[in-house]
Design a protein around this ligand. Structure first.
Ligand code: FAD
Length: 332
């Protein structure tokens, strides 16, 4: 698992074919026409759904809630996301917001004091910031009622300023709303200084989107150093933090530095990725969280998971031929 890179090696080592595959997948992720073709196709959709099922709990909330319960019964915390982004139709944005309200209601009814995650562009930002904020206030009020945390995901760098402006506005009213920051963006160094002043949890991720080189760092030793530096700042400030990475080398380093012993620190990984590692960390008594998703808009999400780790393409082929049959929390 550690073969791609270690701190000190200065970057992920991929052969030419793997680099081409990653670039192709990242472009496919942003290709709205391709996404539409997949979603409308009676052949492609079911085929790729077999692959997506490894990372997505189901197409409906009714599948996601029992999965969440399984993980909670095993002493994990969970985040739940109804997948979707870049929604430009007003009615669809309202539907997404309503689905989130119902998700919060369902979690509240089961006393799940857990986390709900979402993209602001799913609930209005792709139309305008005012609409996204209006919907966010509704979600924050409802979540507050049930002691549920909301985590705002971070999207492409073209949206970062808008997302952070909305976050700052909501965070001064609701402390149960947190924000995701991408370590690969150069601007994060400045953003983190401001965001640490707000009470909301900060989730640190490396960054999933392909960005220009003047905006973001690539996977590298420098990126890992920055990740550790930001975690250190948040830990020293005793700020609530979610360490959202599957990078075993980074995790080992943070464990040695005893960051996971801090009460405000949790480790969060995506469902279907490095379940073995999260299981080991939980067995050591650390707070571990699984990020669960559901919905039919899994196209972009799947492209990212395959692009992050090209070996997943082998699993994809296997899953198409021999569908993935694990029960949800098996391996955790
Ligand atoms: P990498 O350097 O990408 O990978 C390090 C090692 O981790 C790999 O060598 C491999 O062993 C393992 N690994 C990583 N990915 C996979 C995979 N898909 N399958 C199998 N093994 C893998 N990104 C955003 O841009 N915005 C967000 O809001 C956002 N939210 C996230 C929330 C959570 C809880 C998590 C865990 C990630 C989120 N991401 C988000 C994705 C993140 O930015 C990275 O793209 C992703 O986590 C992979 O990076 P990494 O830190 O695991 O390290």
């Amino acid at each position: 698992m550690l073969k791609y890179w270690k701190i000190g090696e200065g970057g992920i080592r991929m052969n030419k074919a793997e680099q081409l595959v990653v670039q192709a997948l990242k472009s496919a992720a942003r290709d709205e026409r391709m996404k539409h073709t997949v979603q409308q196709s009676t052949e492609l959709y079911p085929l790729l759904w077999k692959v997506a099922k490894r990372y997505v709990t189901g197409e409906e909330r009714e599948a996601a809630i029992p999965s969440a319960r399984e993980f909670i019964a095993k002493d994990y915390q969970i985040s739940l996301e109804f997948i979707g982004e870049n929604t430009t139709d007003l009615v669809e944005c309202q539907k997404a917001k309503d689905e989130y309200l119902q998700l919060i209601e369902s979690m509240g009814a089961s006393s799940m004091k857990q986390t709900v995650s979402f993209d602001l562009s799913h609930i209005g930002l792709s139309i305008n910031a005012k609409l996204a904020y209006k919907h966010l206030v509704e979600l924050a009020q409802k979540a507050n009622q049930y002691e549920i945390t909301l985590m705002i995901s971070m999207e492409e760098s073209s949206k970062t300023s808008d997302i952070l402006d909305i976050y700052k506005k909501i965070a001064s009213r609701y402390s149960n709303v947190g924000i995701t920051l991408q370590v690969h963006l150069y601007r994060t160094e400045v953003d983190i200084q401001q965001l640490i002043q707000y009470p909301g949890k900060i989730r640190l991720v490396k960054g999933a989107f392909q960005e220009p080189t003047d905006v973001a760092l690539k996977r590298s030793e420098e990126l890992n150093k920055r990740y550790l530096y930001y975690v250190e700042q948040l830990v020293n400030a005793n700020h609530p933090i979610s360490i959202a990475t599957h990078d075993e080398v980074l995790i080992q380093e943070m464990e040695q530095r005893r960051y996971f012993n801090q009460p405000n620190v949790e480790i969060e990984m995506l469902y279907g990725v490095r379940s073995d590692l999260l299981h080991q960390l939980k067995a050591k008594g650390y707070r571990c969280k699984v990020y669960l998703t559901y919905g039919r808009e899994w196209y972009l999400y799947l492209c990212h998971r395959l692009a992050e780790y090209p070996e997943n393409l082998f699993l994809a082929v296997a899953d198409i031929i021999n569908p993935f049959m694990l029960t949800k929390s098996e391996g955790y």
